[in-house]
Design a protein around this ligand. Structure first.
Ligand code: MN
Length: 365
């Protein structure tokens, strides 16, 4: 059994890239979490097994320099012998050129709406595989599979498991399991994401691979949530997505340490938030904190130098079902530009918060 089918696929894709050739790009979302990376690479691999005429290019939607911040992905890919140089990042290819030459067919995995400058490529979308709320922002004839499962990797696994010769590639099963277990917090129902489909797929992958579910999950979780030495600026970049609604543009960063820890330990937090806001050209920034203490716990911060926006968004979120309570943290004296809360309802993830917020902004701003 070869243990490098993925490495071979990536190397072939990389060397085949040429803007003058018809190309299918399988693109993950701009947070580029493990689910996005695994889904784009493995769905790309799946397509490559069907001997299409076009080049299939799995693209990670962050610049290569940001890859090292995704520590759990670095670890998992390392385990199957894949390092940063083997992957294809958004700053290494020219989607606009492919589009201009009419050589682009775009498949979105783990998101269903392009954001920022990528939004211009909307008409090139031919297929979507995703588990986020359907934003209905794609061409009408695109092939769509959007289902509210725990992880996009579950939907990709369904497809891969239909290919008999692929089932025994342990490296593929390991990637799929890693993404699904991390996304569903080891198939937990408390966090509110796991479905029967995820459970069924995980069972099959475990049987095929002989991997130990708890060990794999614990290792990835520990790496993702270990008290990271990253500075605050890097933490904001680690897992970030942005949207525009009403007249406002905002971003949400997920950070794997508690709000208390962030506010007290990190230096000059306001200046760093402000720098990030300006860089991304945002009206406000939300930080969703997830930490293990030892159970999963959430906090939420809102930052905006505009007091009307800060209090408007704050009041809206306080009145929603997030279970927000003002956070009292020693050493943090409620800065004027930051609202800090603990979030009792841990089921509300960024995926669920974003549609609520977009809806509110459309009406209020
Ligand atoms: Mn996902």
């Amino acid at each position: 059994m070869s243990d490098s089918v993925i490495l071979t696929f990536l190397a072939e894709a990389k060397s085949a890239y040429n803007p003058n050739n018809k190309t299918i790009v399988v693109l993950g979302n701009q947070a580029a979490d493990l689910d996005s990376m695994v889904s784009s690479i493995l769905y790309g691999f799946y397509l490559s097994q069907r001997y299409l005429e076009e080049t299939v290019l799995p693209v990670i939607n962050i610049p290569q320099k940001d890859y090292k911040l995704r520590t759990e992905a670095v670890y998992l890919f390392n385990q199957i012998g894949v390092s940063a140089e083997d992957l294809i990042f958004i700053d290494q290819i020219d989607l606009d050129e492919l589009a201009r030459k009419n050589n682009l067919r775009l498949i979105l995995v783990d998101h269903n709406r392009l954001t920022g400058a990528e939004e211009m490529l909307r008409d090139f979308i031919v297929e979507i595989i995703d588990h986020h709320e359907d934003e209905k922002h794609y061409p009408r004839n695109a092939r769509i599979d959007i289902r509210p499962v725990g992880s996009t990797a579950t939907l990709v696994a369904e497809r891969l498991l239909k290919l008999k010769h692929v089932r025994n590639f342990k490296e593929i099963n390991r990637l799929l399991l890693g993404a699904i277990l991390l996304d569903t917090v080891n198939l937990s129902h408390e966090v509110g994401k796991t479905t029967d489909t995820d459970i069924k797929i995980v069972k099959r992958l475990l049987t095929l691979s002989g991997l130990d579910r708890q060990t794999l999950f614990d290792t990835l979780k520990e790496i993702k949530f270990s008290d990271t030495k990253l500075n605050c600026y890097d933490l904001l970049r680690m897992d970030y997505k942005e949207w525009a609604s009403g007249r406002l543009k905002y971003g949400i960063s997920f950070i794997p340490i508690s709000a208390g820890e962030l506010l007290v330990k990190r230096e000059s937090i306001q200046e760093i938030f402000q720098q990030y806001l300006e860089e991304k050209n945002l009206d406000f920034l939300i930080i969703m904190n997830g930490s293990l203490a030892p159970d999963f716990k959430r906090d939420l911060l809102i930052y905006s130098p505009n007091s009307i926006i800060l209090s408007g968004v704050g009041r809206f979120l306080e009145s929603s079902d997030l279970g927000l309570k003002n956070l009292m943290t020693p050493g943090f004296h409620g800065e004027k530009t930051i609202a800090a809360y603990s979030q009792d309802n841990i089921k509300v993830s960024r995926k669920k918060l974003m549609p609520l917020l977009n809806d509110f902004l459309k009406k209020a701003f």
